[in-house]
Each structure stands twice: as C-alpha cells, then as structure tokens.
Design a protein around this ligand. Structure first.
Ligand code: PMP
Length: 334
C-alpha cells in the first residue's frame, strides 16, 4: 500500500511545470515549481513545517503549545493546518490589507486571528512587532508560546535549501542555469540559491522585486531607499533587510511592475489552465527577464507560489483592477 503518513508528508516534492508560451518566446526552457500543490495551497507550507520542526528540535515548543506568527496569510495558513495536525495551537497576526479570501481561510482553519492596520516596519504596531508581543503575552498566560519569526528565522531558508533547492537540482538533472523569484521573507530565494550555488557556483540567481519594494535598489546600488509599497500583490515586497534576505546570493535583479506581472497571471489561466496568485506573475516576468539576460538555450526555474482563488476579489475583479489602472483580463470585461 502507498500512503502519506500524515499531512506533513504531503508538503514539498512538487513537480516542475513547463511554461510553454514564455519558453517558446524566449528560446529558453522556463519551468515553474508547482508550489500551489502543497496542502495549504502555497510555498509557505514548507516554511511553516521547517520552523515548527526546528522549534521542536530546540525544545522550544511543548506538546499542545502555541505558535504565533505575523504573516501576509500564507504562512499563517500553513502553520494553522500543521498546528491542527500536530496538536498545537496557532495565533496569526495579519495586516487588514490582505485579501478577504485569506482571512476567510484562516477563520475556516480555526486560527486565533488578529487583524491589525497596515503600518510601516518602523512602527511598533507593525504586524511583525505585534506578533512578537502577542507571543510574549501568550507565553506568560499559557506557559509555552513560540514566535515563528519567519523573516529572521534561518530555519526558513534552511528548509528551502534542503527541500525546494535540492528538488530543483534533482528534477533538472543538474541542468538548471538560472533561478529567479520575488521575496517576502527571502526564505525561498536564500535557500534555493544556497542549494543551487553549492552544486554549481555558476548558476545565475535573479531577484524579481515588485514596484515599491526596496530590494532592487539594495542589490543593484547597495542602498536601502524607503519604498512606497505601491504594488497590489500580496506576500512579496519588503522594505527592510531580513536575516533571510541577507543570506541570498543574488547575481542580477529585476524590477517588475504590476502592469508587467498581471498579464502573465491572466495568460496562465487562459493558456495553461492554471489560476495562480500575483507573485507567480512577478516570478514568471522575472524568468522572462532572466531568459533575455542569459540568451536562448538556457533552463530557468521559478516558483508558482499559490492559487489565484485566494485573490479572486482583487486580481480577478474588473472594478478593483480598473480603479487602479491595471490590465483587466478580456474574459472579465462585458
Ligand atoms: N508569494 C506568496 C504568495 C507568498 O505568500 C510569499 C511569502 N509571503 C512569497 C511569494 C515569498 O516567499 P518568501 O517568504 O520565501 O520570500
């Protein structure tokens, strides 16, 4: 008999998908890692598992203890489903700007959900700082509460190095020339770049940064300018250097606007039958830019982070898109 022993065994080992249209156009082989197939529907299930297992190994998380995290939503979804499966409690602090669908998912899974106004990282009420304080309050009240700290916890990049990065190396028979993705915490970019560069230091690593994020300037000019946070895309775009970002080995950086990224999301639905979130669009746009940078004949991998249903009220809402002067997919216009 073949079966997964529990939900943790369903995380990772996702297939690579050949992205036909962009491969044809660039003369490269562009492959997307199908992270939306994880049980919580996103790449962040890996981070959630890596951080939980690390906290257990360090003896920080006691049986029936609580894990607390500040998140754009996907890490919260991963942590909550794992907490349910492994007998922990989970508290999630999330900015109110995130999609209604992610809020609904967290409520459905039974997270102890704290929605807070979106503020800058410097504000003591930023959701990351609120999560730290909430963990301290729960630790006092309940005896055991761990703050997951996905932005600075290097267990995040470690799980991507040991799983996502190693899987990409194996699945491409070591023939991967370039890897590119956007950054939320930097765990994926840092972990995958560490694994691929360890196998072959010549692998070219690209950053795809959305508008209003600060990492493009950081990697191209070494300067951290305050970003405006103008992108509507969720889960990516940071304005400070996280400990995970500091580990990333980046060779080339691209700035990707929402106007450039969204048509890839719409094309995926129309041409490949896949409804994915906006960060997948930024990543595919980044892969096209990397293909143009390397020239034809190369193999480039990127990440297809999560499902588009999670953003239906924004990314696939003609009124929302029109109000922001963004492209509207033709099947949504009357
Ligand atoms: N895409 C989506 C939809 C995400 O939720 C995240 C994580 N917040 C990312 C991309 C970025 O991943 P990482 O945190 O590993 O940089």
């Amino acid at each position: 008999m073949q079966y997964a022993s529990d939900v943790t065994a369903l995380i990772g080992n996702t297939p690579l998908l050949h992205l036909r249209e962009v491969s044809e156009r660039t003369g490269c082989t562009i492959l997307g890692k199908a992270e939306f197939l994880n049980p919580g529907g996103s790449v962040k299930d890996r981070t959630a598992l890596g951080i939980l297992r690390d906290a257990e190994a360090r003896g920080m998380l006691e049986p029936a203890g609580r894990i607390v995290e500040g998140t754009a939503g996907n890490t919260g979804i991963g942590l909550t489903l794992l907490a349910n499966a492994l007998g922990y409690k989970c508290s999630v602090v999330m900015p109110l700007t995130q999609s209604k669908e992610k809020i609904d998912s967290l409520e459905l899974l039974g997270a102890d959900l704290h929605l807070v106004p979106a503020t800058s990282y410097k504000d003591p009420n930023h959701y990351i700082h609120r999560a730290q304080r909430l963990a301290e309050q729960y630790a006092e009240k309940e005896g055991c509460a761990v703050w997951a700290r996905q932005f600075d916890n290097l267990a995040n990049m470690a799980i991507h190095r040991d799983t996502t990065g190693e899987e990409i190396w194996r699945q491409t028979d070591g023939k991967v020339d370039g890897f590119v993705c956007a950054v939320g915490t930097g765990g994926t970019l840092a972990g995958v770049s560490a694994a691929l560069k360890a196998h072959n230091p010549a692998t070219v690593i690209g950053l795809a940064d959305p508008d209003g994020a600060s990492l493009y300037d950081w990697f191209t000019e070494g300067e951290l300018k305050p970003g405006e946070g103008s992108s509507i895309l969720e889960g990516i775009g940071v304005n400070h250097i996280t400990d995970n970002v500091a580990e990333a080995k980046v060779d080339v950086a691209f700035q990707i606007s929402d106007r450039e990224a969204l048509p890839y999301v719409f094309d995926l639905l129309e041409q490949e039958g896949l409804c994915l979130g906006g960060s997948a669009g930024v990543n595919i746009a980044g892969a096209v830019r990397l293909a143009e940078h390397l020239g034809p004949g190369h193999t480039i991998v990127t990440i297809l982070c999560d499902y588009g249903n999670r953003y239906q009220s924004k990314l696939f809402n003609p009124v929302f898109l029109e109000n922001r002067d963004l492209p509207v997919p033709k099947w949504l216009t009357i």
